[in-house]
Design a protein around this ligand. Structure first.
Ligand SMILES: Nc1ncnc2c1ncn2[C@@H]1O[C@H](COP(=O)(O)OP(=O)(O)O)[C@@H](O)[C@H]1O
Ligand SMILES: [Mg+2]
Length: 373
């Protein structure tokens, strides 16, 4: 609706609207008569085919106002009774978004990612800046990214980053779940095609496919694997997706080396970005995030040191375990205001890290062979 107002109205009327809306109570407002808007058949420009702009005034119309409105193309409908009922505007896009299970995420996700300064900086420069400033990017010959892959060991924050990018751009977040599509009548390949057709109707979206290796695994082999047709479909979908601006596809995987070669070849994904284990600063920030304010003074440097090789998820797990243990002890009659250093060190010692030395080494090789940043 805002689009109708801003692009279809003469600037003089727009100034009047702003003037009217800023005074309180408003003396003016221009309303769009919703009953006459036909959202079912948008015109080629994307604007509704037909809409009435009604100027509503709370005070008797002066000659000056009448003159301004007449010049702006409004007609004075004499002897007209006007009944009003306000309804929320639901464009077709909102319906599609709901059908897709898309969500507008809260705005603080980006700020909530602790540490990971290098990854954040890279994603900000490569994704957020060109997508949020598309016309300036174009002016400088920067092609805004359309699709990227995030890869790295489990629990390092790939899903968290994908959501944070959507939150940062203020675009809806739409997650595609291959397992749900597989259960549909069209089968997985057909389901994927249909869902991307629906996604194409959205103005903006961050589309997320987690564990993409399950539907883009290496093809070949005799007989062909059951997912081969699905991989082929996805390989066709991505170039079509790239042709429409305003959307970003983020695929995440823990096993990048399992992906089909054609999938990662130039032309499909703009960037293939590793998300690794948190460095010292990131670990410190993540510990801080999960330690309650009431906890007695703690040696944070020691926690950071002892949690080397931990993923953010491992740190979260240890921190919650320490809190739980301390809480149980306090309830059972012990003393204390919160988890102590001993609780944390015990929790660290009993946490099995997700990323083994072998996985860390494989990740290092993957960065060398496959990353594109
Ligand atoms: N930088 C971070 N700061 C704080 N919490 C994080 C960070 N990265 C990940 N987490 C937390 O760790 C858990 C696992 O992250 P997730 O994004 O699901 O990892 P992945 O998708 O790579 O497996 C989540 O609970 C998430 O909130
Ligand atoms: Mg994930």
């Amino acid at each position: 609706m805002r689009m109708v107002m801003s692009s279809a109205l003469p600037s003089l009327v727009q100034r009047m609207i702003r003037g009217g809306l800023s005074s309180s109570p408003p003396t003016w407002s221009i309303v769009v008569k919703a009953s006459e808007i036909d959202f079912s058949q948008p015109s080629s420009s994307g604007l509704p085919r037909k809409a009435s702009l009604v100027c509503r005034s709370w005070y008797p119309t002066t000659r000056l106002m009448l003159g301004v409105l007449t010049r702006a193309g409004f007609k004075d409908k004499k002897h007209l009774s006007y009944f009003e009922r306000e309804i929320p505007v639901r464009g077709k896009e909102m319906v599609t978004l709901r059908e897709l299970g898309g969500r507008i995420l809260s705005r603080d996700l980006w700020g909530n990612i602790a540490g990971m300064v290098e990854e954040k900086d890279l994603l900000e420069r490569r994704l957020v800046l060109p997508l949020a400033n598309a016309s300036m990017a174009e002016q400088f010959g920067v092609e805004p990214p359309r699709a990227i892959v995030l890869f790295g060991p489990p629990g390092t924050g790939k899903t968290t980053f994908a959501k944070a990018v959507a939150s940062r751009l203020e675009w809806p977040f739409v997650e595609v779940f291959p397992s749900r599509l597989a259960a549909g009548p069209e089968g997985l390949a057909g389901g994927l095609r249909l869902i991307f057709e629906e996604i194409a109707e959205l103005d903006h979206a961050v589309v997320f496919i987690d564990e993409v290796e399950e539907i883009a695994a290496q093809r070949g082999g005799e007989p062909p694997s059951a997912t081969q047709g699905v991989t082929n479909e996805l390989l066709k979908i991505i170039p079509a997706f790239r042709e429409r601006p305003g959307k970003l596809l983020i695929c995440a995987t823990n096993f990048i080396r399992a992906l089909d070669d054609a999938f990662l070849r130039h032309g499909r994904f703009d960037y293939v970005i590793p998300i690794g284990l948190p460095d010292q600063d990131a670990r410190l920030a993540i510990w801080r995030k999960f330690i309650p304010e009431s906890a007695p003074a703690l040696d944070l440097d020691q926690l950071v040191e002892r949690s080397q090789g931990f993923s953010p998820a491992d740190i979260e797990f240890s921190a919650r375990r320490a809190s739980q243990t301390a809480f149980e002890k306090a309830i059972a009659g012990g003393e204390g205001l919160g988890p102590t250093m001993t609780d944390y060190l015990d929790a660290i010692a009993t946490t099995k890290t997700t990323v083994s030395a072998e996985v860390a080494e494989a990740f290092r090789q993957d960065i060398e062979n496959l990353a594109r940043t």
